[in-house]
Design a protein around this ligand. Structure first.
Ligand SMILES: Nc1nc2c(ncn2[C@@H]2O[C@H](COP(=O)(O)OP(=O)(O)OP(=O)(O)O)[C@@H](O)[C@H]2O)c(=O)[nH]1
Ligand SMILES: [Mg+2]
Ligand SMILES: [Zn+2]
Length: 392
């Protein structure tokens, strides 16, 4: 397997060798590798050293230092504790302005924080630096004050970071060692993706993304124009379609792949956002907007439903003028699932939501976790489903 190195959760630069800093911010030698489980087991069996011997004093001094060392990226950003020991999935949340990227991400992270995945024995923790920003910029205004979030500022210069939010997922299962994974979410404004010239400057973060969540607002589809937020109806489908073409190109270029090659190691889910506005339409598959009860036992069934609903939503969007966009989506992204999501459950009035009652928010994340092998994938994989059909 090629060594893909690490990705800094602050600047999203890829790097291969971490640097280390002491508490004074000085670059230092890397700490000695941690003892293996076997070493930890056998050490207590050794004859204890003489108390106060030179060796043990030196050893404890070194351990004391090691605890104060922080791993940093080549640009000097401190990495969260044990970040380098866990696999990392970088998730780009992609969509045009107003699509609901920030609103979705806020509500998703809030649900995770509140223990939404506890039925799957998964706990979630945000790294300290992200947690502060999340609380002040996202959670307080939207979830507590129920106010509409402001537009996310566009990146103004090359190299400016989209300020990702980093979360650690841990899964304990009886009799097996704990599994853990870093998930780094960042907002990739589609406004900086549909023009080729912007893509070169601002699309480079997508080079490190191994998961994409594409957010599409219903208002851009001709047949659903009545749901458009101000300014949305005039966007049309050319822009989001071009955004998807560019996105697919960037993901392949980053992997040195040809234009139509299969993106084996990328997961893709697509969100039809603001689905609360679609509930009253007779042609909308309203039961595709739901929250299934979670447990490990029902997960395969949940994923089968995700697949069925995805197919129904594709039909719905095609019938509402989206065939060209859907063809692009299904043809260029690796086996994407389409989800109906309402982050807030209702429309804001005078800038405030009457309540925040999310619906369908977790499914796209569950697909992501399954595709990156953090939870079982049974029921989700197309090939697997086909392989299970009885052969003629
Ligand atoms: N009815 C309804 N409206 C929503 C929902 N989510 C977002 N909206 C509306 O869409 C607007 C834009 O949402 P944002 O989350 O700020 O969109 P964004 O994709 O982050 O946009 P940029 O930051 O400009 O790229 C919100 O202010 C709401 O008016 C939803 O679940 N239901
Ligand atoms: Mg935003
Ligand atoms: Zn960095």
């Amino acid at each position: 397997m090629p060594n893909k190195g690490f990705v800094c959760p602050r600047c999203l630069e890829r790097f291969y060798v971490p640097y280390w800093q002491d508490s004074a911010g000085q670059r230092v030698q890397p700490p000695a590798p941690r003892r293996s489980a076997w070493q930890r087991l056998t050490t207590p069996l050794r004859v204890p050293e003489q108390p106060g011997s030179a060796l043990s004093t030196e050893f404890s001094a070194a351990m004391g230092d090691a605890r104060k060392l922080t791993a940093v990226c080549p640009r000097g950003h401190g990495l969260p504790p044990d970040y380098l020991r866990r696999p990392t999935v970088v998730v780009g949340v992609i969509g045009l302005t107003g699509a609901s990227k920030s609103t979705y991400l806020t509500v998703l992270l809030d649900l995770l924080y509140a223990g939404a995945l506890a039925p799957l024995d998964i706990s979630v923790e945000m790294d300290e630096e992200s947690a502060d920003r999340f609380e002040v910029d996202y959670r307080q205004p939207l979830v507590v004050d129920r106010r509409q979030l402001p537009l996310t500022p566009l990146l103004l210069e090359e190299g400016q970071s989209p300020e990702p939010l980093t979360v650690v997922f841990r899964r304990s299962s009886r009799g097996a060692p704990e599994k853990s994974m870093n998930v780094v979410f960042f907002d990739a404004s589609g406004e900086q993706l549909y023009r080729k010239e912007d893509l070169g400057r601002f699309g480079k973060f997508l080079y490190v993304a191994s998961a994409v969540v594409v957010v599409l607002s219903p208002g851009v589809f001709p047949g659903l124009a009545s749901t458009a937020d101000p300014g949305e109806a005039s966007i049309g489908l050319a822009r989001p379609t071009q955004m998807l073409v560019n996105l697919a190109d960037v993901l392949r270029t980053a992997r040195g792949l040809k234009k139509d090659a299969y993106l084996a190691d990328v997961s893709a889910s697509v969100i039809l956002s603001k689905a609360d506005k679609l509930r009253s339409r007779p042609d909308f598959p309203a039961d595709a907007l739901r929250d299934a009860e979670l447990s490990l036992a029902v997960l395969p069934q949940l994923f089968e439903e995700v697949r069925v609903n995805s197919g129904r939503l594709v039909d719905f969007l095609e019938n509402n003028g989206g065939s060209n966009l859907l063809t692009t989506l299904l043809g260029r992204l690796p086996d994407p699932t389409v989800h109906a999501v309402s982050a807030t459950g209702s429309e804001p009035e005078d800038g405030r939501y009457p309540a925040i009652t999310p619906c369908g928010v977790l499914d796209p994340l569950l697909v992501l976790l399954a595709r990156h092998r953090f939870i079982p994938r049974e029921g989700l994989e197309l090939e697997q489903a086909l392989a299970e059909w009885p052969q003629p």
